[in-house]
Design a protein around this ligand. Structure first.
Ligand code: C2E
Ligand code: CA
Ligand code: CA
Ligand code: CA
Length: 277
């Protein structure tokens, strides 16, 4: 079995075949324990501004360090955790741990650094999450505009009303809203109309054939022009090669990708901060 995305998880479950787990029952039991046993860890992937010279923020990406199986990537358990109803709890943990770490970095002097966290569908359905966000910002004494919540198109699609309500409240608080994986779904443009996002993350599939493919280059540049007019910040995801970097470096949007850094542990991120910021 391979890890090829969220949509296949249900399929795995149906045939009782998971890539890391014998079956769904084991996975459920172990996932529930994982939270109690503190087996989740956050990695941070830097997001660059100023043509790649400065780290303006980090995206928190969760991993599960399983006692026997080792590091398990999010695709292996997030959909299952959603279905089991424990994603809101994992999400609360991510929020708390991310903000705790951000507070520490602010204290070290990197006080403009922003944190992006990924919100799951079930988390956004739950009014508790908004309360958690405002409480935690206060607890760690963090300016709301230093936090960004990333939402994905596919989630928006299912519950537009509820998610609009959620994002509106967050924006009133001053938190930034980012539309993740932009361009993969079918009606992205419609969402820009409904949810007035502050940032758009262009999916890495757009980056793949840049700069060779003129068609993709035109699409990217069109998206950027659109965002400029709407006053939406652009982040290009999946920058992997020097050629890609050089192509987009002089356009003034933010960049994220393996070319700069994989997601890393806090120590390694601090090393990068010391070097750059
Ligand atoms: P995402 O939000 O689109 O996160 C970016 C993913 O792309 C990360 O995978 C990252 O490691 C990977 N990536 C970054 N740069 C590059 C690149 O240059 N090339 C390629 N090929 N990949 C790159 P990761 O960490 O495995 O996360 C996968 C997905 O899991 C995330 O996609 C996000 O949707 C979800 N996820 C991760 N952490 C959380 C979380 O705390 N809560 C929720 N709800 N979802 C999460
Ligand atoms: Ca994301
Ligand atoms: Ca609380
Ligand atoms: Ca993304």
């Amino acid at each position: 079995a391979k890890r090829s995305g969220k949509s296949q998880f249900k399929y795995y479950r149906d045939i009782k075949q998971l890539s890391y787990f014998q079956n769904y029952v084991t996975l459920e039991r172990e996932l529930k324990q994982a939270l109690k046993n503190k087996e989740f860890v956050l990695y941070y992937q830097p997001i660059f501004s100023d043509g790649g010279k400065v780290i303006s923020g980090v995206e928190a990406l969760v991993r599960w360090i399983h006692p026997e199986k080792g590091l398990i990537p999010p695709f292996e358990f997030i959909t299952a955790a959603e279905e089991m109803g424990i994603m809101p709890d994992i999400g609360d943990w991510v929020l708390n741990e991310g903000l705790r770490q951000l507070h520490q970095w602010h204290t070290l002097g990197y006080d403009k650094l922003t944190l992006s966290i990924n919100a799951s569908k079930t988390q956004m359905m739950d009014d508790r999450f908004f309360k958690e966000v405002s409480e935690k910002l206060r607890e760690y004494d963090i300016r709301p505009d230093r936090l960004g919540i990333e939402i994905t198109e596919s989630d928006v699609c299912d519950y537009l009303d509820k998610i609009t309500e959620f994002t509106t409240k967050l924006k009133q608080l001053g938190v930034k809203i980012s539309l993740d994986d932009f361009g993969v779904g079918l009606s992205s443009l419609n969402y820009l109309k409904e949810i007035k996002v502050t940032q758009l993350k262009v999916d890495r599939s757009f980056m793949r054939r840049i700069p060779e493919d003129q068609y993709d280059c035109a699409l990217l540049s069109g998206i950027c022009t659109l965002c400029e007019k709407l006053n939406i910040e652009v982040v290009t995801e999946g920058v992997e090669t020097k050629q890609q970097f050089e192509y987009i470096a002089n356009q003034n949007h933010k960049m994220q990708g393996y070319y700069f850094s994989h997601p890393v542990l806090p120590d390694q991120l601090e090393e990068q901060l010391r070097r750059l910021n």
